[in-house]
Ligand binder design. Structure first.
Ligand SMILES: *[C@@H]1O[C@H](CO)[C@@H](O)[C@H](O)[C@H]1NC(C)=O
Length: 431
């Protein structure tokens, strides 16, 4: 008895399953049937308006999914876009009363005419394949076709680096048909929003100031081609380079000035300070160079690094001069030629002077022996007035440089920053 009931239940379930299967099959068949009916006499090689002898207008919209940073070394940039193309194909009008059909089968998609759009300035492009090819092809009941795909593009962009890192750049995206001249395909931007940018679009190191869209005609020997151009205006954010380059180099240059406060005879201290700062600056400069293309013109950063090099190198040279002066013996008759200005010979100069004299006593003694055996007492009387070396001049020079070097660097900064910052804003308004 229960066995019979079980059979009964099984039969019902089975019937229900078959019914569901049949309905879904019938529905699937309907889709395929409509498409196969549509494509019965369809010639994929003919453009939609070939029988009317007029070009097909393809309306394009780009949704910028993400905007990669500009790569200065390779002179390119990367964008991830949803490329949406719309056109009308009168041969694909749906007669069955359906509103629209999404064609998901790649083989069926291949049977439908599509514009052979390509990007003129592309270096590398990829249609995303995960988890299925990111392509949408939808046919509306009036024969309107929407063809959307997600592409990552690496596009070349001619960077002008004269004002790097205070530069503004203009990068283009140019698309056109590869094989079909403008009597077959005419590209138009979508009327309302040709370039759709997400609100929170972030570009590393850059601000997207503006973009403009243009419809262009390219004349080649192969014919006239319709194309679409979008220009992105970008301005580099200065924060990164100020923090990573300008602040460290300012510190290094300032450290090199410490040398002027050290004794003219402190050879190991002053030489190692000079050489270390110079080497650190060289390392920093090569780090900056690595991220830039080897262009032959002078960039803003080259001017800066060059000036820092000159400052540090100057400090090292100044030490050489100071040390030479400090150890140079004075001939008795030419003392009055280089007189130390009052400003530079201050009170603590004299204190330092006397301390130094003590250190110099041996040399003094030698000198007086040479002079012909004068008394030690008379030498002590003479010594404050007649220096044995130019050490006073050396100290005066150090004192002068304590003001001159920072002053010169400050003056350079006063010229450098306003000049390049105005250059950047001028460039940004032009592009
Ligand atoms: C291309 O356009 C120019 C004028 O803009 C025209 O003179 C020329 O004949 C065209 N070429 C072709 C192949 O249609």
């Amino acid at each position: 008895m229960w066995r019979e009931g079980c059979f009964e239940a099984g039969r019902v379930v089975c019937a229900a399953l078959i019914l569901v299967l049949c309905v879904s099959l019938a529905h699937g068949n309907a889709q395929s049937k409509i498409l196969s009916d549509l494509l019965q006499d369809y010639d994929v090689n003919e453009w939609p308006h070939s029988e009317f002898k007029r070009p097909t207008t393809v309306k394009v919209q780009m949704f910028i999914n993400s905007f990669g940073s500009l790569n200065a070394a390779n002179m390119d940039y990367t964008i991830d876009v949803f490329l949406r193309q719309r056109w009308n194909d009168p041969r694909l009008r749906l007669k069955s009363g359906q509103k629209r059909i999404t064609v998901s089968n790649p083989q069926t998609r291949a049977k439908i005419w599509k514009p052979d759009t390509f990007f003129n300035n592309v270096k590398e492009a990829e249609v995303h394949q995960v988890s299925m090819p990111n392509i949408l092809l939808r046919i509306g009941n009036t024969g309107d076709v929407l063809y959307s795909m997600r592409i990552t593009l690496r596009l070349s962009c001619n960077l002008q680096l004269e004002n790097f890192p205070f530069d503004a750049q203009q990068c283009n995206t140019l698309l056109a048909s590869y094989a079909n001249t403008d009597d077959v395909i005419k590209f138009r931007w979508e009327d309302s929003v040709p370039i759709d940018l997400p609100d929170n679009l972030e570009i590393a190191q850059f601000d997207l100031l503006d973009h403009s869209t243009h419809e262009i005609k390219q004349e080649f020997v192969t014919g006239n081609f319709s194309g679409l151009l979008v220009k992105f205006s970008l301005r580099r954010q200065n924060g990164y380079h100020v923090l990573q380059t300008y602040v460290p180099t300012i510190l290094i240059v300032s450290i090199s000035w410490v040398s002027f406060w050290l004794d003219p005879n402190a050879v190991p201290g002053r030489v190692s300070l000079g050489v270390t700062t110079l080497l650190t600056l060289t390392t920093l400069a090569s780090g900056i160079r690595a991220s830039l293309p080897p262009v032959s013109y002078v960039k803003a950063i080259d001017v800066w690094v060059g000036m820092c090099m000159i400052m540090v190198f100057g400090a090292l040279l100044e030490f050489t001069l100071v040390n030479w002066l400090a150890n140079r013996k004075v001939a008795p008759d030419c003392q009055s030629v280089f007189r130390i200005p009052k400003v530079l010979a201050s009170f603590d100069e004299e204190v330092g002077w006397q301390r130094d004299q003590e250190g110099e006593e041996e040399k003094e003694a030698e000198k007086h022996v040479e002079k012909g055996g004068q008394g030690a007492a008379s030498a002590e009387e003479e010594s404050p007035k007649t220096p044995a070396t130019y050490i006073g001049h050396a100290r005066a020079l150090d004192r002068l440089c304590r003001a001159a070097f920072p002053g010169a660097f400050l003056l350079f900064n006063i010229i450098y920053w306003p000049y390049y910052l105005t250059q950047q804003s001028i460039e940004a308004t032009i592009t």
